[in-house]
Unconditional design. Structure first.
Length: 324
């Protein structure tokens, strides 16, 4: 098990205090701060959804109608235990000069950030990201539009962000999400189980679940690749929106990674890139409309929305998805 060492302290010692810790882990996972999150008592709760309405008809005088009723379905929504273990030998703890802040605090902040990154990937890929976590959105899409790619592709996920019946996080045990206070205890030497030493230990702990409450809460443009004919475009998003009930077209948000974001920008560009849809320089060149009298620039600015729907960039969506 990797734990902090005196070597780590040597690395931190005499580091520039004004600059502080330079963060080269740049993974952006905004999901846990973008989706709504609700604190819940316990670790599970029950929901009921209506699946059908009573039958209503016109009738003639003195003619009856058949009695009918709504259809209902009960579901159990769970939260799953998120755990990040911290351990520091008391020799390292006591030798720490806290030059850039205590090493324990640096590690605690890192654990919280790592938890957010895991939750981000779990949000889309579920048990493919971590088998002990919650089910992801990708396996619960109500419908999708295929861009054409199969292996090594990505997707753009369109989510109904309604905090009552759409997609949301639930945080169990009354919303606890924190690093426990460090405490001193005896731990086993990982190199020799017959020996032990004292260390300060603690952990990041939370009960977290992502719940797709209504079945009509998430959609996707799948199979997006670098081939021009398989780019993410405004047209493909429009095709996806056509599959969404009008009652679900408020409070939507499109989540994309950097690659899909760039394809959307390039698809809007007025610049002829000199490639055909197959990505080669032979054959008919890809056609891009020229700049118009409305002052549109020769190359489109970075997209912030499409079809009136805001876009959120995330590193949690992969470029290695496989579609049939």
């Amino acid at each position: 098990m990797a734990t902090q060492s005196l070597y780590d302290l040597a690395i931190l010692d005499r580091a520039d205090e004004y600059t502080g810790l330079i963060e080269d882990v740049t993974t952006l996972a905004p999901e846990f701060s973008t989706f709504s999150a609700h604190k819940r008592p316990g670790t599970w709760y029950k929901t009921v959804k209506r699946t059908g309405l009573p039958v209503v008809t016109f009738r003639n005088a003195n003619a009856g109608v058949t009695a009918s009723k709504s259809g209902y379905k009960s579901e159990i929504k769970e939260m799953f235990f998120l755990d990040g273990r911290l351990q520091m030998d008391e020799a390292v703890w006591e030798a720490d000069s806290a030059h850039l802040g205590s090493l324990w605090q640096l590690e605690a902040a890192g654990a919280v950030r790592a938890g957010g990154i895991l939750i981000g990937q779990q949000t889309w890929y579920g048990t493919s990201a971590d088998s002990a976590g919650f089910t992801g959105i990708r396996s619960q899409l109500a419908d999708s539009v295929a861009a054409g790619g199969t292996t090594n592709s990505t997707s753009a996920y369109l989510v109904w962000m309604d905090d009552q019946q759409g997609c949301r996080y639930d945080v169990g045990m009354d919303g606890a999400f924190a690093i426990s206070a460090p405490f001193r205890q005896q731990v086993v030497d990982p190199a020799d189980s017959t020996k032990s030493f004292f260390a300060y230990v603690g952990n990041l702990k939370a009960w977290v679940g992502l719940n797709v409450l209504s079945n009509l809460s998430a959609w996707g443009v799948t199979g997006i690749t670098s081939t021009a004919s398989q780019w993410l475009t405004d047209d493909k998003v429009a095709q996806l929106i056509a599959k969404i009930p009008v009652a679900r077209r408020n409070n939507l948000r499109l989540f994309v990674n950097r690659a899909a974001h760039s394809y959307l920008q390039r698809s809007r560009s007025t610049v002829n890139l000199g490639v055909n849809p197959a990505g080669t320089t032979s054959g008919t060149l890809a056609s891009y409309q020229s700049g118009g009298a409305d002052g549109r620039p020769a190359f489109s600015p970075l997209p912030e929305s499409t079809n009136g729907i805001p876009i959120t960039l995330t590193d949690s969506i992969l470029n290695t998805e496989t579609n049939s």
